[in-house]
Design a protein around this ligand. Sequence first.
Ligand SMILES: [Zn+2]
Length: 314
Amino acid sequence: MNWFQLSPEALVVYWGALGLFVGSFLNVAIHRLPLEGETVSKPRRSRCPKCKTTLTWKENIPVLSWVVQLGRCRTCRWPIPWRYPLVETLTACLWAFIAWRTLPERFDLCLVHTLVLSGLIVATFVDFACFEIPDEISIGGMVVAPIASLLVPDLHAGSPIAAWIDGENALNVSRAAALLTCFLGMAVGGGVLIVIGKVGTALYGRDAMGFGDVKLLAAGGGFVGPGAVLLALMIGALVASIAGLGNMLRFFVLLRRRYSARGRSGRIGRSLQVARIAGRYLPFGPYLAIGIGIVLTAWKDVAGWIPLQALWPH
Ligand SMILES: [Zn+2]
């Protein structure tokens, strides 16, 4: 089979199917990275997190095994979280989406984009589960970003810095421009969150920003550049505030139900107060990841929505 003779539709399907199996590996990373003593390659074989039974190949088929086993471990009946099929499906869909945007012309961009999105998926689900972003992803991303920029300078196509260094009419981004865009992106991505964190601490007297978020946005900036990373932050903050409101509402409804079950119905003010505090405890990493992912893969579309040129003096 010659990969390059396949039709674009077949490429999307194959790349998506590959993503399904990579998603299965990402699940292992999400489970193991926050744990001491386990790495993605140790132990070698996948096993049930509860009873430690090594899984057979039949129990390791993405999504299908979960459906066939009705979401339970075959040995100990441990309910396998729905996160597992979700991550596999999500990875497959995002890989297919990237293949659709980049293949067959730009296999190099396809590889970089799928690598970054896969890292973002791991960061997202570890942050949701443990309120931390693994250094393997954030610092790893900061190491990979300059390498990827050198190998695939067109990663930064459309960057105002590239237009400034290479000229408006250059067809491809030069390595120098790509590397500069990358480093400026990391500095701006990390720097802006450090500043926001300091302002937040001064205003509210509590740590407003985790350092994991700083490292994650710095890594993201290395892949999307300094202008786009600010856009990623704005998108992330927007989605996070919508999710925050949703979270507050969820707590409010929950509290109301509990109070009315106990026959105490008149405590709306108190429910609202508790819900506001509870709703605040949301990890920010997943929303940063969403912002970075959108800007990275659909940057040109997003840029069309906003008069970004106004932000960049020529
Ligand atoms: Zn088990």
